[in-house]
Design a protein around this ligand. Structure first.
Ligand SMILES: CC(C)(COP(=O)(O)OP(=O)(O)OC[C@H]1O[C@@H](n2cnc3c(N)ncnc32)[C@H](O)[C@@H]1OP(=O)(O)O)[C@@H](O)C(=O)NCCC(=O)NCCS
Length: 344
């Protein structure tokens, strides 16, 4: 089918019809492809159109046919590191698939990437687990057909925190502290305490180098400092997000040994999203991972007791993190594939 009747236009946040069509498309895609998963929150999507961290350049477009929004794409491009990379989200309304809309959007993206000097496009596609719910596989089929290669994969786990006994968690937590003498817990909501922000930034950098990642996945080291952390915090607060954070500090040296965070978005009352979790190499083996995760989940429940599900993503080979998550009640939901293309 010809693509000449598809027009691709940037999303003007003040164009009510375009924005409504964009949100409707995103919600229809989740309803169709990931039944049971939370639908994108309109409040949050509208705020994301207006605000993002300084370290990213972002562009968003919709595809229209006869004036109706039938697909959408958004990409972010790091501008302080990874300047070769364009991270893409591309969606076509389930009622308008297999008509070339996805291909038109992807060709548009590849042309823009070349114009912008980005030679690596990274996108994501869902894969069902053998013993899990069946999800739609259009994304991975499309990626394969369009020359994208699976370069890494993560398991998406979900924790229904109402099913985890508080006593069991309390036992795990107490056992863990028995191995963690000499460390103390620091917790905050949104803004990292000034005394540890440099150590926290150093751990954010380690998130680019320490977790296992596929050999061909082209994500390169990044630099973080207090200013970058503050800008990210500011952006999240302006978007009405809430971030629950915990860190462990090695008392004698004052080093920030590990951290974790959980994010909540506006308009979403049931689901929370796990962000980074890391324990610095020389501080491993003291159960700091489990201390961080349990303490942080408790912090969130104190302030937002209605949250029921927490989502997390881990590399399949990240045994240690997986053991911690499974002990806390996380169970596999699906596999997320990282699909990448190197532009010639
Ligand atoms: C992936 C997606 C964007 C494809 O959109 P689309 O408009 O249907 O794509 P196209 O019509 O351009 O398809 C191009 C080719 O991809 C392949 N393809 C797309 N969907 C497929 C499917 N469900 N099964 C098998 N092959 C498929 C086919 O080779 C197709 O060509 P053909 O129709 O001539 O056989 C759409 O299914 C979607 O929004 N999925 C959910 C979001 C997602 O997974 N995005 C990640 C993309 S990497």
């Amino acid at each position: 089918m010809s693509n000449s009747d598809i027009d691709i236009v940037p999303i003007d946040p003040l164009d009510r019809e375009l924005v409504d069509g964009w949100i409707r498309t995103q919600r229809a895609v989740v309803e169709h492809d990931l039944p049971g998963e939370p639908l994108p929150s309109p409040a949050f999507q509208r705020l994301r159109l207006l605000l993002w961290p300084d370290a990213l350049d972002v562009e968003r477009y919709v595809a229209r046919r006869d004036g109706t929004v039938v697909g959408a794409l958004q990409y972010s491009m790091p501008n302080q590191d990874n300047q070769h990379l364009l991270e893409l989200e591309l969606e076509v309304h389930p009622e308008h698939r297999r008509q070339g809309v996805g291909t038109a959007l992807l060709e548009f993206t590849e042309r823009r990437a070349a114009e912008l000097g980005r030679d690596t496009i990274l996108a994501f596609a869902v894969d069902s687990l053998e013993d899990g719910p069946r999800f739609d596989h259009s994304g991975q089929e499309f990626a394969k057909a369009r020359g994208y290669k699976t370069v890494d994969q993560e398991i998406h786990r979900r924790n229904d925190i109402t099913l985890v006994g508080d006593d069991e968690l309390a036992r795990l937590y107490a056992d863990a502290w028995a191995k963690a003498a000499g460390y103390e817990l620091v917790q905050w909501i949104d803004d990292c305490p000034e005394e540890i922000v440099d150590g926290y930034a150093a751990l954010c950098e380690r998130m680019y180098t320490d977790p296992p990642q596929g050999e061909e996945l082209d994500i390169r080291p990044a630099e973080y400092d207090a200013a970058r952390i503050r800008n990210t915090e500011w952006t999240r607060k302006e978007r009405a997000e809430t971030r629950f954070c915990s860190a462990v500090v090695h008392v004698e040296s004052g080093e920030v040994a590990g951290m974790t965070d959980l994010g909540l978005i506006p308009g979403e009352e049931l689901h929370a999203y796990q962000g980074d979790t890391i324990v610095e190499e020389k501080h491993r083996g003291h159960r700091l991972g489990i201390i961080l995760k349990i303490a942080n989940q408790r912090l969130m429940r104190r302030y937002r007791p209605e949250i029921r599900y927490v989502h997390t993503w881990n590399a399949e080979v990240n045994d240690h993190m997986i053991l911690i998550n499974e002990a806390m009640g996380y169970r596999p939901l699906c596999r997320d594939l990282d699909v990448q293309k190197k532009l010639a």
